[in-house]
Design a protein around this ligand. Sequence first.
Ligand code: NCD
Ligand code: ZN
Length: 338
Amino acid sequence: MIRPDDGHLHLRDGAAMASVVGATARVFERAIVMPNLKPPITTVAQALDYKQKILSSLPENTHFKPLMTLYLTDETSPEEIEKLAQTKDLIGVKLYPAGATTNSNAGVTDLRKVWDVLETMQRCNVPLLIHGEVTTQGVDIFDREYMFIRHILDPLLENLSTLKVVLEHITTQEAVDFINNGEDRLGATITAHHLLWNRNSIFQNGIRPHFYCLPILKREEHRLALVEAAISGSPRFFLGTDSAPHAQSAKENSCGCAGMYTAPAALELYAEIFEHYQALDKLEAFASFYMADFYGLPRNTKQITLIKQAWQMPDKCALGEEVVIPVRAGEMIQWQIE
Ligand code: NCD
Ligand code: ZN
């Protein structure tokens, strides 16, 4: 197949980034890199600096192109968006509702505060990448995505009638339906973990912090809706791993962080799912074409080969001075990259 692109990736910073970037670069040609660092990437200059750090941390003989994003805050200026639109290394702006997920405290508190920025994005054809969960006190954690779609995303799309939007890491039937019924300017990424597991995995014989991510895993019926979307051949759904490494100590904790580290077997896990549903013929477009098409990028041309040969995922991987527990730690992965 043609080398894939990862539509949504967390690489972190510093020594942690240097330890995880190779896992993605070994297979993906490009990845859209999330800006939720501490402090967040809020200017074009910071994004370009971060990009250089990623490039200089790449293992030898890897070809990998990070596509950078800006973190939208209440203070983002329309001028910064105009600058972004003229910088080819940046691809879009990420909206984190304040408090929705890891490092989202600097996120947007009220969309009305960034309306001029959103209008500028629409005018300059800059896509908005959305973490689609409401943070309203009292809303059930399993309803946060659905409530966001209904109360925030739907009106947003109505009021900004040509803004390009990616609803990231979708987790529900409602999200699938909303994308399917929406316009072509609306796309969505789907993670491997939301295709593989439902919310029972978080509570299998005890509490399993390594299955905690945001948006949280949902009921089985939602997982099946995501599988159907991923293998449907619709170009509006594309691969985005949301691989999000956290140190073991930060996950196995009385207040553990959200995020699953899938990068060491990301494409291989998608291959397992597509094979299970007899849809391997749909994998290449989902993983390698549709993100590029949506963002108006050229499709990749280099190839990789997936072979069906089992291998064992290590128990842990390095994360700077610490370790991170990857998904399927110590267990078998059915596919590998030749
Ligand atoms: C992500 C992280 O750790 O940065 N965590 C997660 O559970 N997916 C943030 C995010 O994408 O929500
Ligand atoms: Zn993410």
